[in-house]
Structures are given as C-alpha cells and as structure tokens.
Design a protein around this ligand. Sequence first.
Ligand code: SF4
Ligand code: SF4
Length: 574
Amino acid sequence: MDWELKKELKDQLAREEGYYRYAAGTRERFALVYPNSYFVGMSNLGLHIIYDLLNRRAGTACERFFLPEKKKIARYENTKTPLMSLENQTPLADFPVIGFAVSFEMDYFNVVRILELGHVKVRAVERGERDPLVIAGGPCATFNPEPLSAVVDAFIIGEGEVILPAFMDAYDAAKAEGATREELLRRLAQVPGVYVPALYEHHYDADGRIADIVPLSGAPEHVSRQWVKNLDEWPAHTVVVTEDTEFNLYLIETARGCGRHCRFCMAGYCFRVPRNRSLDVINEEVRDALQYKKRIGLMGAAISDYPEIDALCKDILGEGLSMSVASFRADSVTQELVESLAKSGLQTLTMAPEAGSKKMRAVINKGIEEEHLFHSMDLGIAAGIPNYRLYLMIGLPFEEEEDIDAIIDLANRLKDYMEAHGAKGRLTLSINPFIPKPFTPFQWKPMCDKKTVEQRLKRIEQSLRRRKHIHIIAESPRESYVQGVLSRGDRRVADVLVRACELGGAKAFKRAMKEAGLDPLFYLSRERTEDEIFPWERLDMGFRKAYLYQELEKAAALERTIPCFAGCHRCGVC
Ligand code: SF4
Ligand code: SF4
C-alpha cells in the first residue's frame, strides 16, 4: 500500500467544496466512476447530477473514482495499492455496486483499466456472488452497449434521474431477500430502462451478420429509453466545485434534447424530445452559483435555441457573473448572446456548419447556411471578438471531391471577411473524420475509408497552408477508426476490447481484432441492407427504424426535415 496515494486523494478532496462524505458503515456504498482523469471528469455535468441524486437517496453513500494520471497508475501497480475513492479512500472492490458514467467510445479502454486497478474481475461472467455489480450509463455506452457487454452487468438506457431510483430500489429489495447474482440480474432487467446483456443471446449468420437476438429468462423483448418529462423537477448544475478541472465553470443545464434533426447527430436522435428548463428555475441555480464567483457554463444541445436566451444572459450578467456556452447555432444566435459572451471575455466564437457545401449541409440536414455564418461573424466582430472557429467533418456519406473544395473556399471567404471587417485574429478549422453512429439515419452507411479521409484532409491543409492565421486542428484518423468499430461494434467486439487491454490498450486494438479473426472493415466499410439487425436492436429509443431509413433516403435526395414542433407525431417519440 502506497500511503502517499491515500494522502493525495485527501488533499484533492480538501480542494473541493460541496462533496458528500458519510462515515463508513452508515450507508450502503455506491462507486461512481468517470473513466477518464479527474480533470476531465469534473467538467462532466452528468457526473454531478448522478452524484447528487444518489447521495440524496436515503441509505446510499456515493463516492467518486477517476482514472489516475499515467505516472500515478505505475505507483498503484508497483505498490499493489487498489484504486481508492476520493471521499473515504475505500478500495473499489469493497463497493457492492460500481457505476460507470461513459461519454466517449475511447474511454471504454479506461473502463477496463479502472477495474484492473481496482482489483475487480474484468469479465462479467467471472464475477461471483461476492463480487461487485458493474453497471454503466451515459451517451454512447447506452446507445450501443454491446462493445462493453463482456465487462458490464447492466446498462442504464436513458436518463439516470428516472431510472436509477427504481434500479436501486430493486437492487435493495433483491439483496434484502438474499437473491443470488443471477436472480438479481433477472429482477433488474424488469426495471424500465435497464438492459442486462447476459439475458440476450446473439446469433450470427454465415456472413457474420446478426441473424437474431433472443431474450432469455423472461427478459423484456425491448428495453425502452426512459427520460425526464419535466426538467424543472430535476435541476441540473455543478454540485462539487473545484479549480482542478478542464472547464473551470459552474455548469447549469438550460435544456435537454434537440429538435433540429441533424442526420449525423446521435444526441439529436437519442435525447428526443427537446425540453427546456424554465427561466425561473435556471435563475435560482444562477443565484446558488453566486457564492462560488465562477463563470457560468450554460449546457444544452443548442444553447441559442433556448427561447429565453436573451433574458437569461441579462440575468447572469446582471448578477455580476460572466458566462460561457457549450455551443450555439449560427442560425439562432442573438446579438444579446454574442455581446454577453464578449463581455464575459470570450476570445473565440465557435460555429458548427459541419460541412462546406450547400449540398452536404442538405445531406446532413444541418439547416445552417452561409449567410448565418457571416451574420454570426458580423455580431462577433461588432462585439470585439477576434477569433473564429468552425467545426467541420470530412468523409460524410455522399461527400465528393467538390465538397472538399467547398470547405477550402468557405474558409478563404470567411477569412477574407474577417480581414475586411477588422477582425485580426485567427480562423481555426476543427476537422473530424465522420463516424456513423447507432440510432441515426447514417447507421446503415459505411465509414469513409482511411486513405480517402487522409487525402482529403491533406488537400485542405495544403490548400490553406500559405494563408496566414488559418489554423487547422484535425483528429487523428487512426483513433477515429478504432472509435468507428466501437461505435457500431457487436458483442464479439466486447471480447476484443478486453483482449486489447491485456495487450496494452487502444494501440493493440487492431492486433486483438486479428487474433479474434474479425475484420475491422466488416464494421467500418460495410453498407448495411435496410433489414440489417443491429447490435442495439433490442433497445427502443422511442422512434421507429423505418423513420430513420426514410431520413436516410431524404439525405440522398437532399430533402429537408423540419424541426420538432408542438403537436408533431412524426417519429414516434411524442
Ligand atoms: S443542432 Fe444538430 S448537431 Fe446540434 S445537437 Fe441539435 S441535432 Fe445535434
Ligand atoms: S414526434 Fe415530432 S416533435 Fe416528437 S420527437 Fe419526434 S419529430 Fe420531434
């Protein structure tokens, strides 16, 4: 045991305000794990929401775990010190329930790593009656849980606020009755929004495609996503305040879900229907934040779509606080919002056209046109914001070489406009390879091959190289392809994930695929037929598969889909 590691956790806790700490033995323990560093995890609003929810529950003490920094991992391993919680420095294996909040596919490797560091058996099938129950929630792990199904016993499908209380009640009742692990899992599978992968058998055809998914032991045919109907009943804001975090902000969620129907966006489909929190409730949260004197970080899928955004900006600045936003849409941005961000010290205005050409923006149904970008830039320049950033994707379905030319042309024209209007700062293009996601119309489409993506990226870089103050940031295509397999991977990929971790992590993923006799291109480059059975077929997000396919056909035909509206019943969610 390295006692210094224990002391470092205590020191970390001492730098926080707002944490819960119950004396050992007074409540049933729940380990809440963010599979990345403390620095990253403490900026995740979902983690704060679940931490608060569980600690307010009578009889539960929720304690946090994070992935230690690289050099600390070696100390844990060399001294055989088990990973410990922040609050009471209790070893991970001593918690009866371990819950992972997973936001990104690449963090799946860290899920395995953390279990190893916590001396918890990694494979779900190897865990016995005395071992912890491992559960997971959060966006990508719950839209396609299969790549984690070798490791996780049960998944939370949807929003934790409405699933976890019933889950914990079922867990407590089963434990009180002395249920075996198998019986416990069967009972948890009856809780709405809980998916127990061991209760579904996957069968494959001769070509390796899923032929059937069979529910066992009375498991539900489909697991329906559960979601909060009235956000005002569940205020969502930072609970534990610390300086040691990626975005040093006090986060407040204004809205959840998005009704814009961008065809590449998993969040847009899986958090339907769009819901707003009332201004009164948000203002109460703003007043609570006053004591911490932090900048307010407004969270929501598209902040500028919040109907009372101008009033909210005025209220925040009126309280003497500053503000920041996760993102806004260039077609709904207001002068008040841009001025408030500028007064708060914003130096870079970020816009997300996602594509350079009108055609590609029609394919993805983004709804942002060039005039919106120039108008946003006008607002930014008038407010004194010097730098601009564009989020773009390459390798989208139906993309052609002229769509890459359009990105280069758009960047040049926006930079010309900045210079002509006195904005002397930098234009940054943040370019990511497109990864098709489950539960979107592009779930049927192949991911663009690596060589083409690299060539297109190179062409953009070379064409803009000589242009002063245009800066390009691109995600590594190599990592995107691992992410691509994990995104639409099936149960066989779960074993590959565990094996890759034994071999050294993400960099060993290709080797582990080969060992398992799996071809990455089967997951990445295959055009799926309309009737493909997807690994996530037993999950029900509320909308029909046929609706998604219709959206794919509309993408090919460059047809527009209008946003959600009151009284609409199009997709099946409402
Ligand atoms: S505006 Fe489009 S990309 Fe943004 S959250 Fe909504 S659906 Fe997703
Ligand atoms: S039914 Fe209509 S309003 Fe409701 S989520 Fe679907 S598209 Fe949006």
